[in-house]
Ligand binder design. Structure first.
Ligand code: C2O
Ligand code: CU
Ligand code: CU
Length: 489
């Protein structure tokens, strides 16, 4: 057997990690075990994040108010967990927006440290996009405006403070932003009680019930990142769905629409339903990060990396009434190997359907590209930092200057598992170490690469001129410099 240099390095890295000595090796995501006995799964009902009511509504704009503040939450039964939440909630309240109607969010920072709100998947002017150093200081309030000139999609908002995104999202600063439009509302998809957003994330807890996170500076003042052993990414052993550990949900034997968000810092999931329905393929994907697919796409399992969204329909009439169905995570064993449980309780008339044609998407036409740029995402042993094209993030350096209205091919290369995200734009995956993968369909804003993979994405720079970022959405990688600037000129 001959091994390439890369494989040898990878094996040496794995061996060193096992010895607890990651110095010099490429750090892998690592489990931070909770200090409490883990709660029994499938005991608490699935919470649904509250839908935020506008404070004021004008003809073309809905005005919301959010307060980012410390709160005492009950995440695990019988324990109080101090969190940082938008309006004190984990996850934050859901904002429901309509295409063509602007949303303004007046955000107050009642936390002791700076925050930066970012609407992930939003085509947002730079002054409202949440550039990582565009800080909202404690005690201050600022208005952010989201134009919503884009397709219906499952977006989410989360903190983006330079060097501390991982720590601050871990404490709870994330919520859904559901953008709807007429095209989507015309479809007979499951709605109301049967359209459910699921934010899946992993967390760890200290013996006091606090959230456990290995920041080098627990006061979050020094931008030092996390303890070296965790710089590959922090994994928790408690799986929370909408803020509840391994919840359960009673369902009728009908179709349900789930907007699934991986809101984890670094954990990837391979979602499966157990038992599988007769004929398999329990997940019918109808949308991706950037909204509806052209046509439904059946999946046996769903591989979802941090920040990705999959909009799926599950038809519970495929299981007998009385079935108990567990959503599992085939990417992990033990506690993190399960997510939530469905109990099919009764028959019900199903008014919904999944149309064979959902939307129209333009074919990905590579010949429209005027330029190809290459970005290589890798760990740099010398710098002990995550880098893009060999360089750690520098707010003062411009890494790319695409022209407004131009289409480019961005060639993304990855040494490791990196979910790569661009602000402002949605893109199409042209190739992903060969053909686009099964989870690359539709409009994406995050593409998940594995070790050694390369993806070509077709990006049209539409919307606004100004400075934005591209980064890895493993939040520990992002905080430890795997980010670059682009300026649309
Ligand atoms: Cu969801 Cu720049 O991030
Ligand atoms: Cu984003
Ligand atoms: Cu990464």
């Amino acid at each position: 057997m001959t091994l390439s240099r890369r494989e040898l390095l990878g094996m040496a890295g794995a061996a060193l990690t096992e010895l607890g000595c990651t110095l010099g090796a490429r750090p892998e995501p690592r489990l931070l075990p909770s200090e409490i006995p883990l709660p029994k799964p499938f005991q608490v009902p699935l919470p649904r994040p509250a839908v935020l009511k506008p404070a004021a509504t004008e003809p073309d704009i809905d005005c919301y108010e959010l307060d980012a503040r410390p709160a005492a939450a009950t995440l695990l039964p019988g324990l109080t967990t101090p969190i940082w939440g938008y309006n004190g909630a984990f996850p934050g309240p859901t904002i429901e927006a309509r295409r063509g109607r602007r949303v303004s969010v007046r955000l107050r920072n009642s936390l002791p440290l700076p925050i930066v709100p970012h609407l992930h998947g939003g085509r947002t002017p730079p002054e409202s996009d949440g550039y990582p150093t565009d800080l909202l200081q404690p005690g201050h309030t600022r208005e952010y405006v989201y134009p919503n000139e884009q397709r219906a999609a499952t977006l989410w908002y989360h903190d983006h403070r330079m060097d501390f995104t991982g720590a601050q999202v871990w404490r709870g600063l994330a919520g859904f932003y559901l953008l709807r439009d007429d095209e989507e509302l015309r479809l007979p998809l499951p709605r109301g009680e049967k359209e459910i957003a699921l934010a899946i994330c992993d967390r760890s807890f200290t013996k006091n019930g606090a959230l456990h996170y290995p920041s080098l500076d627990p006061a979050l003042l020094q931008p030092a990142g996390v303890e070296h052993a965790y710089m590959g990414g922090v994994l928790g052993d408690v799986i929370l769905v909408n803020g509840a550990p391994w919840p359960k949900l009673d369902v009728a034997a009908t179709r349900y629409r789930f907007r699934i968000l991986n809101a984890s810092n670094a954990r990837r999931y391979e979602l499966a339903l157990d038992p599988a329905p007769p004929g398999g393929h329990p997940f019918i994907q109808i949308g991706s990060d950037g909204g509806l697919l052209a046509a439904p796409l059946p999946h046996g399992t769903l591989l979802i990396s941090p920040a990705e969204r999959f909009d799926v329909v599950v038809d519970f009439s495929r299981w007998p009434v009385g079935s108990v169905i567990t959503m599992k995570n085939r990417d992990a064993d033990g506690a993190a190997g399960q997510i939530l449980q469905f109990h099919v309780t009764h028959q019900e008339k199903d008014e919904s359907a999944i149309p064979a044609v959902l939307s129209t998407l333009p074919p990905a036409d590579a010949s429209a590209a005027t330029l190809t740029r290459e970005f290589s995402f890798a760990y740099n042993r010398g710098l002990m930092s995550w880098t893009i094209n060999g360089k750690p993030f520098d707010a003062a350096r411009m890494d790319a200057r695409p022209k407004l209205g131009d289409t480019e091919i961005w060639r993304l290369k990855s040494d490791f598992s990196h979910p790569l995200h661009l602000h402002l734009v949605h893109f199409q995956v042209l190739s992903h170490s060969g053909r686009p993968g099964p989870f690359d369909a539709g409009w994406k804003d995050t593409v998940a690469l594995r070790a050694g993979e390369t993806a070509n994405i077709l990006v049209k720079f539409e919307g606004y001129r100004g400075r934005y970022v591209v980064h890895c959405h493993n939040l520990e990688h992002e905080d430890m410099a795997m980010m670059a600037n682009f300026e649309v000129i």
